[in-house]
Design a protein around this ligand. Structure first.
Ligand code: CAA
Length: 387
């Protein structure tokens, strides 16, 4: 179906390079890294060399200088094979690089963007805290200005790539009385004193992507490493999440496609009661629903990618498009992977096939970068305010 779209030669070339890489280099190791929970440094490094870790970042700052559709097409190919590699790529591209490119100074881009966009270093984004997830404006971490540096203290949680990141954008309260308007964004260097990697999370899925707490203990962040102005942090965090949500929607699409392909093949092969199981309506109607929801997800993702591209010119928000894509694609990934396990019967529950991994990986797409409930809240608020 995606063949119907008039993609450029550059889009097709990038997609096919990402597909070849995913099939040849990630597919053979995906199950092993899922089992061990080890971070896939080698393949991530190669993805950086291919330009996949900063696709939309201008070449002058180490990126590939391509558009949002390119990012989505390449990410889909990676996620079809392994959602863990996919989230490392997505966070690096959209939660880290995108925000610095949009809100950073030239000096910040040189120092914090170039190494991560070029793939030689890894970037992360840290908003969530143990007591503030969906209600992101209520964080407790504090940054206090002391001379020409802010002193950062606090505990951040659920940081994707936290155990391995070289640089991070982190959000902290500079003026708690102002609530959300008292939040400020900072660019931090993991090598500096006061940056402490905390507990690594043992996870249900995307196990090869590393997630941890990060503790800040008197970390000194020079004023010139503050991203945007004091008090602008919440809006920066939200704007960056709009970009991130397109990435997670694409991750969900990749998982759905992988689970669907496996299920459709199995339905065509496996026989019961003297016929292929795909010939039973109980299975064939599932296949029809899976395929339809996958293609609807794809359309919402392409729409969101085009809206984001347009926003680079108009400055208009694309929160509605990003939230609709994430909501629908992530719920589709759960629906499709659940059905794929069911169609496989006992084999769907076995670690000998990747279907159970798709099922475990799908769940997080309904949770991180804004739960499905938060996406519904964002969509409804935008819609009702327009009427
Ligand atoms: N872009 C720019 N500005 C935005 C914005 C956006 N997308 N969304 C909101 N804002 C602005 C609003 O316009 C408003 O500005 P004014 O005060 O000037 O009017 C301000 O921000 C406050 O907005 P709200 O009143 O809507 O704020 P709220 O407290 O009601 O919260 C929310 C809104 C949608 C619930 C938000 O808190 C939210 O998205 N929560 C979920 C957080 C989330 O996704 N966390 C995941 C963290 S990352 C992660 O998962 C880990 C990882 O590593 C992958």
């Amino acid at each position: 179906m995606s063949e119907l779209f008039p993609f450029s030669k550059e889009h097709e070339m990038l997609r096919s390079a990402a597909r070849d890489f995913a099939q040849n280099e990630i597919a053979p190791i995906a199950a092993e890294f899922d089992e061990s929970g080890e971070f896939p440094y080698k393949t991530i490094k190669k993805m950086g060399e291919m330009g996949l870790m900063g696709i939309e970042i201008p070449e002058e700052y180490g990126g590939a200088g391509m558009d949002t559709l390119s990012y989505v097409l390449a990410l889909e190919e990676i996620c079809k094979v392994d959602a863990a590699h996919g989230v490392i790529m997505s966070v690096n591209n959209s939660l880290y690089c995108f925000g610095i490119n949009k809100f950073g100074t030239d000096a910040q881009k040189e120092k914090f963007l170039r190494p991560v966009a070029s793939g030689s270093s890894i970037g992360a984004y840290s908003l969530t805290e143990p007591m503030s997830g969906s209600d992101a404006g209520t964080m407790r971490s504090r940054a206090v200005l002391d001379g020409d540096a802010y002193v950062l203290n606090g505990r951040k949680s659920w940081v994707t790539s936290g155990p391995v990141a070289d640089f991070m954008v982190v959000f902290m309260m500079t003026d708690p009385d102002k609530k959300q308007k008292g939040i400020t964004a900072f660019l931090v260097d993991a090598k500096k004193p006061g940056f402490i990697r905390g507990k690594k999370e043992p996870k249900l899925g995307i196990r090869a992507s590393a997630t941890s707490e990060i503790v800040f203990e008197d970390y000194h962040c020079p004023v010139e490493d503050r991203l945007g102005q004091e008090g602008e942090g919440f809006k920066i965090a939200m704007a960056v999440l709009d970009a991130g949500r397109i990435g997670i929607a694409t991750q969900a699409l990749g998982i759905s496609e992988a689970a669907y392909d496996a299920a459709a093949n199995y339905a065509n092969e496996r026989e019961a009661f003297g016929q292929k199981i795909g010939e039973f309506q109980g299975i064939s109607f599932k296949i029809a629903d899976m395929k339809t929801r996958i293609e609807a997800s794809r359309l919402l993702i392409y729409q969101a990618a085009l809206a984001k591209e347009n926003s680079k010119i108009t400055g208009q928000r694309y929160s509605l498009e990003a939230s609709m894509a994430k909501l629908f694609a992530s719920e589709t990934a759960m629906f499709v992977s659940h059905a794929a396990v069911q169609i496989h019967g006992g084999m769907g529950y076995s670690k000998e096939l990747p279907v159970e991994r798709y099922f475990r990986d799908a769940k997080i797409t309904e949770i991180y970068e804004g739960t499905s409930e938060i996406q519904r809240l964002v969509i409804a608020r935008i819609e009702l305010n327009q009427r």
